[in-house]
Design a protein around this ligand. Structure first.
Ligand code: ADP
Ligand code: ADP
Length: 228
């Protein structure tokens, strides 16, 4: 599904952020990349949706090089959740979530049904919250909206960059539980980045531990715990 073949990323200043990465992420897999700050996690995500160009190697999605995709086609199929809550402050919650489905020219009815369904899935009552502005929601609620916005247009792949790290421990735990529901119900191919090993162990189908741009260990949570 997502395949890295000998992928490296060198930034213009010479920093090698990702070093000869070989990786295969399966369809429907919840794949977690864990490692300390600066090990290359965010860079790895940004390479997948071509936010930054790679320096060496090849990334394939469904057997096709990402460089061969039309950039919009590529990004429309990849939902992206950022660490910082990144909702548009002047737009309502519903408008924020509707952005990508509307770009894809989904009809109004379909968009509305989808938003209803997703908001309810994460415990945000549609009637109460759809017309509010982001500033009228708590941090945890805003990040929930960030997550469902990335899922709204039913992308094939979801990339999540430490989506819960800015939240208080209670909200974080609730959102992790939501994630487990997503995982069960949606079975989306997900690449989730975190520096928190407990979060990785809780959520992952498979965990990849990165250090200095390289993979140092890869396996299921069970494998990592029983064979550290
Ligand atoms: P992580 O997400 O694991 O914290 P990053 O992928 O952000 O790691 O960064 C990996 C390495 O690349 C770090 O050494 C970081 O300082 C460096 N880096 C990240 N972005 C840039 C950039 N735009 N220019 C130069 N170096 C960068
Ligand atoms: P352009 O760069 O051509 O102006 P846009 O920025 O409007 O295109 O974005 C096109 C697609 O890329 C949209 O689906 C949008 O959601 C997605 N996109 C925009 N910014 C990001 C980002 N930082 N990370 C991931 N996807 C993004």
């Amino acid at each position: 599904m997502i395949k890295f073949e000998n992928v490296s990323k060198r930034y213009p200043d010479g920093t090698v952020a990702v070093d000869s990465l070989e990786l295969e992420i399966q369809q429907g897999e919840f794949f977690v990349i864990v490692g300390p700050s600066g090990c290359g996690k965010t860079t790895t995500l940004k390479l997948i949706n071509r936010l930054i160009p790679l320096s060496d190697g090849t990334i394939l999605i469904n057997g096709r090089k990402i460089s061969e995709y039309d950039i919009h086609e590529l990004r429309w199929n990849i939902g992206y959740v950022l660490q910082q809550i990144a909702l548009f402050p002047h737009m309502t919650i519903e408008e924020n979530i509707a952005i990508v489905p509307e770009m894809k020219r989904w009809g109004r009815g379909k968009v509305k049904t989808r938003i209803h369904e997703l908001m309810n899935m994460v415990g945000l009552d549609y009637e109460t919250y759809a017309n509010r502005k982001p500033s009228e929601l708590s941090g945890g609620q805003q990040q929930r909206v960030g997550v469902i916005r990335a899922l709204a247009a039913d992308p094939e792949i979801v990339l999540m960059d430490e989506p819960f790290s800015a939240l208080d421990p209670i909200s974080r735990e609730k959102l992790q539980d939501d994630m487990l529901d997503f995982k069960e119900n949606l079975k989306k191919t997900t690449v989730f980045v975190t520096h928190d090993m407990n979060e990785a162990l809780k959520l992952a189908d498979r965990i990849c531990i990165m250090k200095n741009g390289k993979i140092v260990q890869i396996g299921t949570p069970h494998e990592l715990v029983t064979n550290p």
